[in-house]
Write a protein that binds this ligand. Sequence first.
Ligand code: B16
Ligand code: MG
Length: 220
Amino acid sequence: MKIKGIIFDLDGVLVHTDKYHYLAWKEMADKEDIYFNEEINHLLRGVSRLESLNIILRNAKKTYTEEQKLELVNFKNKIYREYLSKMTKNDVSSDVLKTLNELKQRNFKLAVGSSSKNATFIIEKVDLSNYFDVVIDGNNILNSKPHPEVFLKASEKLGLKPHECIVIEDAYSGVEAALNGGFISVGINQAKNHEQVHYKIDSINEIANVISLINNELLI
Ligand code: B16
Ligand code: MG
């Protein structure tokens, strides 16, 4: 079976919105006098907004009601969206553009599989909409990564089986989700630390090579 589709994570893979998540959560944490640093921020990669808050609140000095939690996530999201609203196509690296163009030219089906409810907004701001056949995001799923729902929905909408797709992830939880769904996983940055990730890459440029490698291997 050959690889026919590529499902990209958004935050931390296609765009570096992870720095804005950090800044917005940091502002919320400082306001509440909760200890938060970049190390803790790594734990939030791929995890839903509310689950992210619950991770941050492990360091809180008091307990929060569900209503107060909602206020905190709304506070964070407002700051986060202010950063997002300033994004342009210049926030997409030349490596990402080159890779997407090459994969499109080679007729691979491309999808985004993101936990973010802001995914469509981001993709439009950075002018990447035309590259993707399918976008599945936090608004389309009930279970966030490490549950495989986001990737299973993406592959289904692409008309492909999980084993015909590779998933590119920067998050430990994202690699878990890919493995749980029966996908071939490719880890970049933090996701390279996952013990079971199938392929580790240092740059998105390497995706085409990984695909050639898999397709040749599967031919044997
Ligand atoms: P939002 P991804 C994820 O995006 C982020 O990595 C994660 O840090 C964030 O909490 C989650 O989206 C929800 O984002 O607050 O915008 O709905 O990596 O799955 O593309
Ligand atoms: Mg990510």
